[in-house]
Write a protein that binds this ligand. Structure first.
Ligand SMILES: CC(C)(COP(=O)(O)OP(=O)(O)OC[C@H]1O[C@@H](n2cnc3c(N)ncnc32)[C@H](O)[C@@H]1OP(=O)(O)O)[C@@H](O)C(=O)NCCC(=O)NCCS
Length: 190
């Protein structure tokens, strides 16, 4: 039997043509999705913003955004399509965001995440994000508190070692597998 060629996984800047696929993932991933024109406005007008997509072959499997504000990189959105979860694509996307932050000389990365969103919290913890505070009733759909998470300094030896280790593990890992019947799961209730 002839071996299948490996699936190409690539993280690339988001483009306007990607927005229909982004909207579909947004609705599947978030209990309070951004409105349809929000990403278009961000792409066209926000000079601080960097939006990325992760593709498996030709399919967009997830996306994420970062605002670079002086020396802080703030993760604004982050989602993997249900069919592609638990393939370490979230890790690859997060590494790409941290690479942008490092490249632009940010000193730390921050984000907000729902307290109940344990899958996302575990992902961020794996990359050195730690809880530093609470924004009470931050999410207006259910008044849930946000946990504020921040990395240790991005150029610290610990962070550098973590990124080296995770990159090597991902490079040696298996190809992603698309789930035929994915369990749905939003940022509220995983
Ligand atoms: C959170 C999310 C982005 C994770 O994406 P993913 O590609 O499935 O995550 P990965 O496969 O890269 O997982 C990396 C690590 O995160 C943690 N993790 C991911 N999903 C998890 C789950 N369902 N339960 C527990 N831990 C989980 C694990 O530590 C995992 O490492 P491991 O597989 O070696 O145990 C995805 O579940 C998602 O899009 N959720 C809905 C939207 C959302 O919550 N976005 C974040 C908003 S702040």
């Amino acid at each position: 039997m002839v071996a299948r060629p490996p699936l190409r996984v690539a993280v690339e800047p988001m483009a306007l043509d990607d927005l229909p696929a982004i909207q579909a993932i947004e609705r599947a991933a978030f209990s309070a999705p951004w409105p349809a024109n929000a990403y278009k406005t961000e792409l066209e007008t926000n000079k601080l913003a960097h939006y990325m997509v992760i593709r498996v072959g030709d399919e967009i499997a997830g996306f994420a955004g970062l605002w670079l504000m002086v020396d802080e990189a703030h993760v604004t959105t982050f989602a993997i399509a249900p069919a592609w979860r638990r393939n370490h694509l979230g890790e690859r996307l997060l590494i790409a965001l941290l690479d942008i932050a490092l490249d632009r000389r940010a000193t730390e990365a921050t984000l907000e995440v729902r307290l109940s969103n344990l899958p996302a919290r575990r992902l961020y913890e794996k990359f050195g994000f730690r809880p530093v505070g609470i924004r009470p009733r931050y999410y207006s759909d259910n008044n849930e508190d946000a946990l504020i998470m921040t990395t240790e300094p991005l150029r610290s030896p610990e962070m550098t070692a973590r990124l080296v280790e995770r990159r090597a593990a991902l490079a040696a890992g298996p190809d992603p597998v698309r789930l035929a019947r994915p369990a749905t799961g939003t940022d509220r209730g995983g």
